[in-house]
Ligand binder design. Structure first.
Ligand code: PLP
Length: 437
């Protein structure tokens, strides 16, 4: 340590590191709906950490499961050998997810889950003799993590600018956001279902025999909270099936209760070929993600390699004992407390409360689904994002954690939130909006 600023060494992700070093925002402890700052002040968490702490913070059952497992067996490989926990967890996930999706490939994050899903899609196409199908289709404003594959199919300009062109065969569907047609929609917008037909145009342009998979978030969260228009996901499923294109739902946020069911796939009654998940899988307590794969894909890939290793892919920590223990405990908490159902019920109050902000200053749209909400603000002239960022900072100083992306406030509280806490969030946001330029 030679005069180094103690805040300099950690290069923080998606952060203005210089501004942060000058004025850090730190958390020290967490419990239930709250973080605690180093000065002891409680912060109401309206973002479930980063869309992940669905059952609230530091739940004893999850904490104890991790502690027990750490003392019993810290690590064991899952290449050509294994241990019990990831088998148990995979089987529970298969029970919870749509019936045709019974095979779980564990990763350490949502980004890895996405790249795993894309690679498995390519492996499947090759396994069934469709090796020319290498093109991957994403969607504008989509977020699929930050690994190379997920960045390439992602549709957020800043994330792609330096890195997005590495995978040559990529194209994108148009996004579905249209505030002229569908502002202040409650739940699914009625306008926009027809945009799924743009996939027909991409098929006509590239040829179905070049396209391996389409990946979308059923509810797109990080890119600004985009709710699928009525009929949109159904249409995507229809067109992908017609052309032998796999459909991947990226449910890294929507999985495990966020939309009031185990998956958005279940809620919308549209079953893709692969679902990616992470975040709520362990309640955010230990990093873990997964690609949940259809029986057809799994059987085809295995059938194409009758001997030896069937898929040349994996991570040192796939199915890590601590993550698997946390995952099993998280699922138990969700089950015991009926949290997915609770989210479905609470989402009615949530919707009312969020839309009560429609007449607050600068609000130009409010979009909600399940326990997610996006409040879009008019940007300051020539300063996109600045207004929302200043609101984020003020809310944090005043002990409410919100999240902003561009000029959109994105909210996704733990599913244990009470009505009074929803009211508190709404009244703080209104209050700060009224004081903001
Ligand atoms: N996919 C989606 C839909 C996400 O929302 C995220 C993260 O927010 C990711 C992938 C990436 O997950 P991770 O940050 O765990 O890599």
């Amino acid at each position: 340590m030679t005069g180094r600023n103690s805040m300099d060494s950690f290069w923080m992700p998606f952060t203005d590191n210089r501004a942060f070093a000058a004025s850090p925002r730190l958390m020290e402890e967490a419990e239930g709906m709250y973080y605690r700052k180093p000065d002891g002040r409680s912060v109401l968490d309206s973002t479930a950490g980063l869309w992940c702490v669905n059952a609230g913070h530091c739940r004893p059952k999850i904490v104890e499961a991790i502690q027990r497992q750490a003392a019993k067996m810290d690590y064991a490989p899952t290449f050509q050998m294994g241990h019990r926990l990831p088998f148990e967890l995979a089987s529970q996930i298969a029970d919870l997810f749509p019936a045709e999706l019974d095979h779980v490939f564990f990763t350490n994050s949502g980004s890895e889950a996405v790249d795993t899903a894309l690679k498995i899609a390519l492996a499947y196409q090759r396994s069934i003799g469709q090796g020319t199908r290498t093109r991957l289709i994403g969607r504008e404003k989509g977020y699929h993590g930050t690994n190379f594959g997920g960045t390439a199919v992602g549709g957020i300009v800043n994330n792609r600018r330096f890195f997005g062109s590495n995978y040559a065969g990529v194209d994108h569907l148009p996004h579905t956001l249209n505030t002229a047609e569908a502002a202040f929609s409650r739940g699914q917008p009625k306008w926009g279902g027809h945009l799924a037909e743009e996939l027909e145009r991409l098929v006509a342009l590239h040829g179905a025999d070049t396209i391996a998979a389409v990946i979308v978030e059923p509810v797109s969260c990080s890119g600004g909270v985009l709710i699928p228009p009525v009929g949109y996901l159904e249409k995507l499923r229809e067109i992908t099936r017609k052309y032998g294109i796999l459909l991947i739902f990226d449910e890294v946020i929507t999985g495990f209760g966020r939309v009031g069911a185990a998956t958005a796939s279940e809620l919308f009654n549209v079953t893709p070929d692969i679902i990616t998940c992470a975040k709520g899988l362990t309640n955010g307590a230990v990093p873990m993600g997964a690609a949940v794969i259809s029986n057809e894909i799994y059987n085809a890939v295995l059938a194409a390699s009758p001997t030896g290793i069937d898929l040349f892919h994996g991570y040192t920590y796939s199915g890590h004992p601590l993550a698997a223990a946390a995952g099993l405990a998280a699922l138990e908490v969700y089950r015991e407390e009926g949290l997915f159902q609770r989210a479905a019920e609470m989402s009615v109050y949530w919707e009312e409360a969020m839309h009560s902000l429609a007449d607050a200053p600068y609000v130009i749209d409010i979009r909600n689904f399940g326990m997610v909400c996006g409040i879009e603000l008019a940007p300051r002239p020539d300063e996109p994002g600045a207004r929302a960022l200043s609101i984020f900072r003020t809310c944090f100083e005043e002990d409410i954690l919100i999240r902003v992306t561009g000029d959109i406030i994105a909210l996704s509280p733990p599913l244990i939130i009470e009505r009074e806490q929803i009211d508190q969030i709404v009244s703080k946001i209104r209050d700060v909006l009224m004081r903001t330029e």
